[in-house]
Design a protein around this ligand. Structure first.
Ligand code: NDP
Length: 473
């Protein structure tokens, strides 16, 4: 099937075509043109023309467009889920969950569009403000460039597109080159929902060219990026003076206190570690437990890991499909071999066939091993023995990242001890770091990013505060 770029409300051709493959079978599922400099330029120009139109669109109309988009996504649930499963290799059951989440993200944005407001400021709190009346408004920033990764081709796009529209901005969207087809379908839906021409523009092509042209363009007022820490850092270097939100990686830790329900924890950790082949920025990667639960937990976790069904993501029963490509599967295979040669033990998994890597449990790892210190982004988790709960918290926090962390305990004192000790954007108690509800504030501390998403919080990042001070006469 042939797809096009979407610029100024029209489906247009561009440069050399890109073939999108089914990540399990390797069969082609669609082709579309890549954007050259002229298409990127046209997309930004169209967004710039649409910016004042969007800014003037009343809140109820922006809200209605988003609500209609949510309903249309619901109508096209199965087609979107199958597109995600094919182009991203995500197991169909999780692709359906992703679509359900995007339905919510748009519905929430439809509501939030109606309640964007500032507040009054008591200027007379200082002598200089006596006789003045003050308030501030939240104004749209203008053109937003949204750059997204491959692992949630719909809902991570939704987390940028829906708040940008809610806030009254226009957009240029650049999805991951491996998974652009879902974004094409989303642009069709938004047009059908009544979004004005030019308010969303879709350009596809390599991050190193198309992405960088967007990030460095002075007409773009805001860059919102989800992806790897390396690219995120580079974006801060080339963006110039504009707002930037970065949602980057993590080496997600889980701390298990001795009072936790081990069978439950093991099952949740297995889903958290292997869902989407571990290619989730919140994937369970480092699991800290202590005696006397270390051995029984490890045994339960291996059992839960072996229960995962590996295979074609379009098969209803499959839990774990392929990784995004063979190179990524070979990379993680290399990391596991490297850990083994340093003394780590593979308790289950450690097997690769093409781009498929089997759910893998490691023990006896060392903090400096890649598999512990760097983001694995693969279906591999390590169980690490600690002396006590305090030590487990210390090791969990000993990372340059800070997106989400989880602690399993029924002891309220331990809960608050963990909240105080852990420098993460999200602390999840009694579930894995993968937990996310789409309206909650979400984002990383330290090297995991800048700013927050979660519709209302993304709207804050996509608006400028405008202060008004009126001298009373
Ligand atoms: P990448 O950083 O490789 O790519 C993300 C996007 O950035 C793609 O659209 C890519 O384009 C583009 N890009 C690449 N290079 C540049 C550049 N120089 N300038 C501008 N844009 C560029 O990430 P992945 O797609 O591999 O996704 C995996 C990463 O995303 C992981 O590190 C993961 O932790 C993180 N992530 C974070 C989340 C969060 O919420 N914190 C959620 C999901 C993922 P192209 O595809 O053409 O290379």
């Amino acid at each position: 099937m042939e797809y096009r770029l979407f610029i100024d409300g029209r489906w247009v051709e561009g440069g050399p075509h890109l073939e999108v493959k089914n990540k399990y079978t390797g069969a082609g599922v669609g082709t579309l043109p890549t954007a050259r400099r002229e298409e990127v330029d046209a997309a930004i120009a169209a967004a710039e023309r649409a910016a004042p139109i969007m800014a003037d669109l009343p809140a109820y109309q922006r809200g209605d467009i988003l609500t209609r988009a949510s309903a249309l996504i619901r109508e096209q649930r199965e087609d979107l889920a199958r597109t995600i499963a094919a182009e991203a290799g995500k197991a169909l059951k999780y692709a359906r969950i992703e679509v359900d989440r995007a339905i919510n993200t748009f519905a929430i944005a439809g509501e939030e569009a109606r309640r964007i407001h500032g507040e009054t400021v008591p200027l007379d709190a200082v002598p200089a403000g006596e006789g003045y009346f003050g308030f501030y408004l939240r104004r749209p920033v203008g053109v937003v460039a949204a750059i997204t990764p491959f692992n949630f081709p719909l809902n991570l796009v939704a987390h940028k597109v829906a708040p940008a529209i809610a806030a009254g901005n226009s957009l240029v969207l650049k999805p991951a080159s491996t998974t652009p087809l879902t974004s094409v379908k989303l642009c069709k839906i938004l047009t059908q929902a009544g979004l004005p021409a030019g308010a969303i523009n879709l350009v596809v092509g390599p991050g190193g060219t198309v992405g960088e042209w967007l990030v460095s363009d002075p007409r773009v007022a805001k860059v919102t990026f989800t992806g790897s820490p390396t690219v995120g850092k580079h974006i801060t270097e080339i963006a110039g003076i504009k707002k930037v939100t970065l949602e980057l990686g993590n080496t997600s830790p889980v701390v298990i206190a001795p009072d936790a329900d081990l069978e439950f924890v093991a099952k949740r950790c297995a889903i958290g570690a292997y869902y989407n082949s571990g290619q989730v920025c919140l994937s369970v990667q480092r699991i800290y437990s202590q005696q006397p639960i270390y051995e029984p937990f490890t045994e339960q976790f291996v059992k839960a890991s072996e229960a995962m069904v590996v295979g074609d993501p379009l098969d209803e029963h499959v839990d774990v499909g392929p990784m995004i490509d063979m190179r990524e599967a070979e990379r993680i295979e290399g990391w596991v071999h490297e850990a083994q040669s340093g003394g780590a033990k593979v308790l289950t998994g450690g097997k690769r066939q093409g781009a498929v890597y089997w759910p893998t449990v490691l023990t006896d790892v060392q903090p400096e091993m890649k598999i512990v210190a760097q983001e694995a982004f693969a279906p591999v988790a390590s169980v690490i023995a600690c002396d006590d709960f305090e030590e487990a918290l210390r090791q969990a926090d000993a990372t340059p990242y800070g997106l989400q962390v989880s602690v399993f305990t029924r002891d309220i004192n331990r809960v608050f001890q963990a909240i105080r000790r852990l420098n993460f954007g999200g602390v999840i108690i009694n579930d894995t770091p993968v937990f996310r509800a789409d309206h909650m504030p979400y984002g990383g501390n330290r090297q995991s990013g800048l700013g927050r998403e979660g519709v209302r919080f993304a709207i804050e990042e996509m608006t400028n505060i405008q202060m008004v001070a009126i001298r009373l006469q």
